[in-house]
Design a protein around this ligand. Sequence first.
Ligand SMILES: [Zn+2]
Length: 447
Amino acid sequence: MCVHGIFLVRVIKVIWQAVRGTSKQNYLICSNMQLKKYSFGVGDRFARQGEAQLKAFMMADDKGIDITPVWNKSNREHLTVGSEPAETRAAAGAAVKRNGWKGPWFVDADHINLSNVDKYIESCNFFTIDVADYIGEKVPESELKQFAGKFGRYAGELRIPGIPAPFDVSRDLLMAAAEKFLFAVKEASGVYRHIERTKGKGNFLTEVSMDEVAAPQTPLELFFILGSLAAESVPVDTIAPRFTGRFNKGVDYEGDISRFALEFEQNLHIIDYAVSEFGLPSSLKLSIHSGSDKFSIYPVIGNLIRKHDKGIHIKTAGTTWLEEMTGLAMAGGDALELARNIYFEALGRFDELCGPYANVIDIDKHSLPAPAEAGGWDGSRFASALRHDPDNPGYNKHMRQLVHVAYKIAAEKGDVFTAMLEKHRDVIAVQVTENIFRRHMCRLFDL
Ligand SMILES: [Zn+2]
């Protein structure tokens, strides 16, 4: 063969490899947007803390950590507060403008499903498709068999790079995984397609969540969940499994930290392997729901993502509302009075407020300070009961969780509450920024 011939063969080979490589590695990627390595979901229930929240991201940026803000608000929160997704987007956009934030930012339709996604499609560019309720729903036998057939190549000893011991994958295990998750994955796919039809492929980020369930998903289950999402052509950007241990709202992690560490590290390897096996987006990362305040596992998460050079998405939605309550208490006078009354009302409406959050709170009723006690506290004592400072003897995690789910009462107070937020915006803003930056970002990124 002449020199030109050899050159031509080489060129064809390179093109062929590139095409093959693309089709295997990236067939689901056709995205105009990608989430950066680190991102934090922040929640702003009353749409007044955007600037104070964003300031924390700017402080992290000053320290060399680039974190993308994602304003998330679940359908449950919108319904409780009586707000609209367009308001979340407007408040976030205004904060971005006023603070001169130059980086990317997103608005997350958090915990949505087919019944409520429509009202979010225009205002949001990040969708957390919640399929927790569909876990274990029945699919036809033929689909179970199809699943077992599709993933049959992983049967036997499955070795995942980075994980020392192999997994033992039997046909029964594959069938059990299909029975547990296939319906949920198909549901996620239906919601994804529905959004895609309006927004267009690649114009939004997709998260699939199954965190609000009683039983955690194992790393191996996560592998098959990701495989079936890929098979349904859902280009998932972030995945929120239910991890081992308790991720209660607004308080620290409860559980076996070394077990969590093992599982979390395995999940990082599972994601890498799933990306290469199934052609999912290479930026795919774990999302930690109820991720605020999990201070005892932040060093574990931080060390492991640094060790393996991985990204993370942490949702910290409700923690800002608690800072609003803390700030009001510190402001004293009628603001303290309002914060107190919200707590007292919450005590009386315990079951109603806690019901929707049963899987993500653990409150010992007997450890809640009674009105006779809390009514005598000054602002700083009330604030120290609420503020998540485990070293402060005044801190009360039961009260903090109850107040976490009591934002409904603040919403019912309407203008009385929001006017108070405005009146004391300076003291509240400091709480909000400090909480996100110092207590959360600094701990996680070891700043
Ligand atoms: Zn969640």
